[in-house]
Design a protein around this ligand. Structure first.
Ligand code: BGC
Length: 915
């Protein structure tokens, strides 16, 4: 093993970054060391243009005395457009060791200024093709290259969705490009390396162009379509660098030709209709005869707001095979994928030409076992394929995605239905984020819950954090996103994903600081009669995504730059709230979603019983606190003062309004108590009383929750933090309705929108709002990682620079739990296991970090690390006996602690009282 090495170089979170317009990209690396307690003491970075090579660096930091190994901004000479940069790094550590240079990594700039766009937005000539009709367009251009090519890049995007072809081949595996942004203000383009596909002589480019989010139907509102524009367009710019050092640029312009092809219809919600008999073979090959194709014309769409791809690309990340073919009581043939998934079906068939196959997609079967589409509302999620014939053919839709577990198949002539198992494969589609976390414990249903959370995240992180992936909605609901962001950041690396989304939030935030319900916001000029109130459509706990999400990214990734970028947006949100209502410190006006879907809601009312003004004021305090904390990080002294005072006033006002003088919270709901505790609105005895009361509310309800979107995410955390961990564990393990495990006993493979999406009697929640893939209640994942397994951070040293490991154990109801996280500094692991009376806690701490480890119930005398008494253990810096057990501070490395542990009765006094 190498003593000290540098690995995992990333630039703006990417291992390779092809096409960024970031002018000061941030670099990061990880250390690998064979010694415990390793810290970086210095680094040296070299960056060079790839053509020059690292022997001639453009930027050499020299030795920099610093422990910083993440978020290190490039600070060399201005970067040039369309240039590849190599970089490498070496480090020194606290043992005086010097590493070798790392393997070089690279990033590449795209177009750093809009003036470099020479291409024009093009679309079929209005006179030739009815631009109002729905078929996808084919656009093509033949071009000649005068010699051998050294390298070539395409920068491309679309108003709509596009797939790009070069010489008959797709140029990438991206799907649903260019993704969804607030197109009027920000429009992503993609960069492709096409060096290998070009050759001297004749070549051809082809673009397949569909509607997507840009054009066509979007949102549930009848008739609402073409929100961003009523004509699709493509923008393509190919830069060819010849072996001889010269350069040529081929761009989209009205010399391109257009036609329609096999895609007769494609829509995000409704599916796709594809007639393979209309395919034009070789349409993106140079030799194709396009004489009969129509002309194109240029559209005057803007170029100024084009941005290079920020998010992870969306891809097919897994292919799943169906599990069984069912014949329903109604006589339908239905394929069961075995997993509620998001993506599309790939159909592989060998049938006569003209065979019309229809695939309908649904999430569940009804009580009778029939195919059920009621909860899709108006979304059709239907694919129709007309076969080409003459041999095996394979097809998957291009410009749509579906949320489904069951596929109803019609029109496919097979003798034996089980043959369908070979015809259908499920292609899982989402933003291709790096997987970072895993959680597991001794309870199989909890493990299934964790799997469901991950599937919920995959299905709803299709470029935008959506509420659901199936009905006529699929929108970036801000409330859902803020509720789930911390859980999301455990399971996957969501840095690029939320960076992009938060920039859209900023772009769509209104001048008065209010934050729309959904981002990107296709609802801005729409007023739903249900959204009562005079103000702009915004809501507490939804708009607070403006503060909660950037803060979460700062904590999880140390992303100070994003925090700085978002700061004005965060401040505008808080100032917006301050301007609401008649009282500066109370938010008691306007429309709010309240504790959405809380079970204490009155019949047929979606809004839980917790008073709206209590929720709004509690979140007002929380957002103000986050803003104040962000001001501290960013060194804005004046704002630190202003918002500390504001916070103080809100807290006082909250207490005057909602707390009796003797410390009783005026609203007797679980959610009210959760928020008061979580957001620090009760102190001292009132805090104890509030916690006691929350515990009572849960215990008296037989360990069932009543919370909705707003209270659920924090419920277990505040119980665990305030002495009622056992109650939290019992809540988690509740298998009866309502609780996290109830859906699993009903066979759920994703998180449901309602605690009773399927009721105990097998009937459904009403059709109008019943998603079986809604990640919001999956926010319990955060507690699984941080409390049950105990993998957490000290927030004063974000990005897990100072790790906090404190497994709260399973209150005698679980025997082990473990979590891993590929953190910015490297892999963190924590695993506890109780065998008889022996508790083992294994932890791994990455180099260049330290950890505080709390071993519950341990005594200093009996504690061993890898069999040794603590005194002799390398890497353990301090050890002390504390009320919880033993508190250690340790350096990097792997440790295995063992000690006798005896579960002494119920952990919480109140439990005893109510038993
Ligand atoms: C969505 C929710 C969203 C809500 C607003 C629903 O239709 O699916 O998840 O947050 O509207 O209350």
């Amino acid at each position: 093993m190498i003593a000290l090495a540098v690995t995992d170089l990333t630039c703006e979170y990417h291992r390779t970054l092809l096409g960024t317009d970031c002018k000061r990209p941030r670099l990061a690396w990880k250390l690998v060391s064979d010694r415990r307690g390793t810290l970086q003491t210095a680094y040296r970075i070299q960056v060079a243009e790839a053509d020059a090579g690292l022997a001639a660096p453009l930027w050499d930091t020299g030795r920099v005395e610093s422990d910083r190994s993440i978020q290190v901004p490039y600070a060399g000479p201005a970067l040039r457009s369309r240039t590849r940069y190599l970089w490498r790094v070496k480090v020194w550590d606290n043992f005086g060791r010097e590493s070798d240079w790392s393997e070089p990594a690279w990033w590449e700039t795209a177009l750093l200024s809009p003036v470099e766009w020479k291409a024009q937005w093009i679309t079929p000539d209005a006179r030739a093709i009815d631009p109002e009709s729905e078929p996808a367009f084919l656009l093509r251009k033949r071009f000649t290259l005068r010699g051998p090519v050294r390298s070539a890049r395409i920068y491309a995007t679309a108003a709509g969705l596009y797939e790009l072809y070069l010489n008959g081949r797709p140029v990438s595996d991206h799907v649903l490009a260019p993704g969804w942004t607030s197109y009027r203000r920000r429009h992503q383009y993609q960069t492709y390396d096409v060096t290998a596909v070009l050759h001297a002589g004749e070549n051809a480019l082809g673009v397949l162009l569909g509607d997507g989010w840009y054009k066509g139907r979007l949102t549930w509102v009848p008739g609402r379509k073409n929100i961003y524009g009523d004509r699709r367009a493509a923008l393509v710019q190919l830069h060819v660098y010849y072996e001889d050092g010269t350069e040529e640029v081929i761009v989209s312009d009205p010399t391109w030709k257009a036609a329609t092809g096999p895609i007769l219809f494609a829509s995000i919600y409704d599916g796709e209709v594809y007639d393979a008999r209309l395919e034009q073979p070789d349409w993106s090959e140079a030799g194709f005869d396009d004489r009969n194709w129509a002309p194109t014309e240029a559209l005057a769409l803007p170029l100024e707001h084009l941005v290079a791809q920020e998010n992870w690309p969306t891809r097919v990340t897994e292919v799943i095979r169906p599990q069984q073919v069912l014949r329903t009581p109604a006589g339908d043939t239905v394929v069961d994928m075995g997993q509620n998934m998001v993506g599309r079906v790939r159909l592989t068939v060998d049938v006569p030409a003209g065979t019309r196959i229809r695939l309908q997609h649904a999430e569940v079967l009804d009580r009778e076992g029939n195919f059920y589409t009621g909860n899709l509302r108006t979304a059709k999620q239907t694919v129709e394929y007309v076969a080409r014939g003459g041999g095996p053919e394979s097809y998957a839709p291009h410009f749509t995605f579906m949320g489904f577990r069951y596929v109803k198949v019609e029109g496919l002539p097979v003798q034996d239905p089980s043959a369908l198992l070979d015809c259908i494969a499920g292609e899982v589609i989402h933003s291709d984020m790096e997987r970072t976390g895993a959680f597991e414990c001794s309870h199989p249903l909890v493990n299934q819950l964790q799997r469901n959370i991950v599937w919920g995240q995959r299905g709803n992180f299709v470029d935008v954090p959506t509420d659901c992936p199936q009905r006529d909605e699929r929108l970036g609901w801000t409330g859902d996103a803020q509720v789930f962001v911390r859980t999301a950041a455990f399971n996957y690396h969501v840095g690029p994903f939320f960076t992009k989304w938060l920039r859209d939030l900023r772009a769509d935030q209104r001048p008065d600081g209010s934050v729309p319900f959904v981002v990107p916001n296709p609802l801005d000029d729409y007023h739903d009669p249900n959204w009562k109130g005079d103000g702009p459509p915004t809501s507490a706990a939804w708009g607070d995504a403006a503060t909660i999400c950037p803060w979460a990214l700062y904590l999880c990734y140390g992303d100070e730059r994003l925090l700085a970028e978002q700061y004005d947006s965060m401040k505008a949100w808080v100032e917006f709230i301050r301007a609401q209502g008649e009282d500066e410190y109370l938010w008691n006006t306007g429309f709010h979603f309240g504790d959405w879907l809380g079970l204490d809601a009155k019949e047929n009312n979606y809004v839980g019983a917790t008073p709206i003004d209590l929720i709004a004021t509690a979140f007002y305090a929380y957002s103000t606190r986050i803003l104040r904390d962000a001001a501290v990080v960013l060194g804005k002294a004046e704002d630190v003062r202003t918002y500390s005072e504001l916070l103080h006033c809100i807290q006082n006002r909250f207490r005057e309004e909602f707390l009796t003088p003797r410390g009783r919270l005026a609203a007797p709901t679980q959610t009210a108590h959760v928020l008061a505790l979580m957001f620090g609105l009760v102190e001292g005895e009132a805090r104890e009383r509030t916690a006691r009361e929350l515990n009572r509310l849960v215990v008296e309800n037989n360990y069932h929750l009543t919370t909705g979107f707003v209270g659920t995410p924090y419920l277990c955390a505040v119980l665990s933090d305030n002495g009622y961990h056992e109650t939290a564990v019992r809540l988690l393990l509740q298998e009866e309705y309502p609780g996290w495990l109830y859906p699993i006993t009903r066979g759920a493979t994703t998180i449901w929108e309602h605690w009773d999406s399927i009721k105990p009697d097998g009937s459904f929640w009403s059709d109008d709002m019943n998603s079986f893939n809604h990640y919001a209640y999956g926010a319990i994942g955060d507690w699984l990682y941080r409390y049950l397994a105990g993998l957490d951070m000290d927030e004063r040293a974000p990005a897990y620079k100072r790790i906090r490991i404190y497994p709260r154990l399973g209150a005698g109801l679980l025997t082990h739990a473990c979590a891993t996280l590929e953190s910015p500094y490297g892999r963190i692991e924590t695993a506890w296991r109780l065998e008889g009376e022996l508790l083992t806690v294994a932890v791994q701490v990455p180099a260049n970090t330290t950890a505080e480890v709390i071993l519950p119930g341990a005594s200093l005398e009996a504690l061993r690390e890898s069999g040794q008494p603590l005194g002799a253990v390398e890497g353990v810096h301090t050890a002390e006996q504390v009320p919880e057990g033993v508190r250690l501070t340790v350096g990097s490395g792997a440790y295995r602690f063992t000690y006798p542990f005896c579960q002494t009765g119920p952990a919480t006094p109140i439990d005893r009282k109510f038993r």
